[in-house]
Design a protein around this ligand. Sequence first.
Ligand code: ADP
Length: 275
Amino acid sequence: QRVGHTRTVPFAEPGSLTRVHAVTSGKGGVGKSTVTVNLAAALAAQGRSVGIVDADVHGFSVPGLLGVDRGPTQVEDMILPPVVEVPAEARSGPRAGVLKVISIGMFVDPQQPVAWRGPMLHRAVEQFLTDVHFGDLDHLFLDLPPGTGDVAISVAQLLPSAEVLVVSTPQQAAVEIAERSGALALQTGQSVAGVVENMAGMPLPDGGVLELFGSGGGQRIADSLTARLGHDVPLLGSVPLDLALREGGDTGRPVVWSAPDSPAGRALRAVADRL
Ligand code: ADP
């Protein structure tokens, strides 16, 4: 502990040039982590400096989605996050971007369930945001646990300027989720930057579309949040169900790098362009 040193979150300082995106969802399994990783990877491929904080304490998956098997390194009282290389063929500009990742999964035994309670979670998130040395970032993504629990509230307190991104399937009881995340954003004064619909209709070889999880939920959430928050909350994009995306996640290569022109790859890159 540094005595007499006020711990501050550098990304919350008034002069900070880093855009912070807090990615949330109403429930687990909707592709929140997959979307987070791919948006970050797409921006890094464009040459930006990007960080990801995997704060989904009970379901951390970001290292696996990026094939990161290293932990952070410590230099004096600084924790340096692992850096993920953007493969040369995935770069869309002359400059190689940077992708730095830190996960609660790097600090716990993967065989053990994480059974932390509120105050400990708050401290862990605070430590990620204060002691991890990311350097200058253009974008910082926070992969939050689903719902409006302790971590989401801690992030709202530590980073009131974070813009919330809501990930949902087309199926969910859209209005209910919008009400909950909207209520939290209203309470904390955060703005909701938009909605990303995931697991939308899959194009079929015969030209049809398989709408496994229905359709229209993303737009309904966007409309409901717009009405509730009094500012425009757009549907930023609709990402189809896509085998390439699932395979990319399982092999630790984000689809925006491994198959950028697949249906999901295109959709995710288009969302990244709107951030
Ligand atoms: P969450 O973070 O919301 O719990 P994940 O990102 O872990 O969800 O995704 C859950 C599972 O669904 C993963 O196996 C992932 O590969 C798969 N998945 C997510 N989005 C899609 C998609 N658009 N098409 C196919 N599979 C997907």
